[in-house]
Design a protein around this ligand. Structure first.
Ligand SMILES: [Zn+2]
Length: 81
């Protein structure tokens, strides 16, 4: 059973298609049933688009990845409390 935290851990790999088939399948199953995680994916994709526009291509620096991950984790923690 995939939890929301695991989605956050793997969301970058998910969006950038870096996951192996098994992980991808599990994440997609979770996403299908979890509106919160669907919203996270949308938010992340939007940020990627904005970043891509600024740099005229999709390129996410490690700093952006880190910030986004912290943002998503803090959101999940907020929802759980
Ligand atoms: Zn979830």
């Amino acid at each position: 059973m995939v939890m929301c935290k695991e989605i956050v851990e793997n969301i970058i790999g998910y969006i950038e298609a870096e996951l192996d088939d098994k992980t991808l399948e599990e994440l997609e199953k979770h996403l299908h049933d979890c509106p919160e995680c669907q919203a996270f994916v949308r938010t992340y994709k939007k940020m990627l688009e904005l970043t891509g526009k600024l740099k005229e291509r999709t390129f996410v620096t490690p700093e952006i990845r880190k910030k986004l991950k912290e943002l998503l984790i803090s959101k999940i923690k907020y929802q759980e409390s």
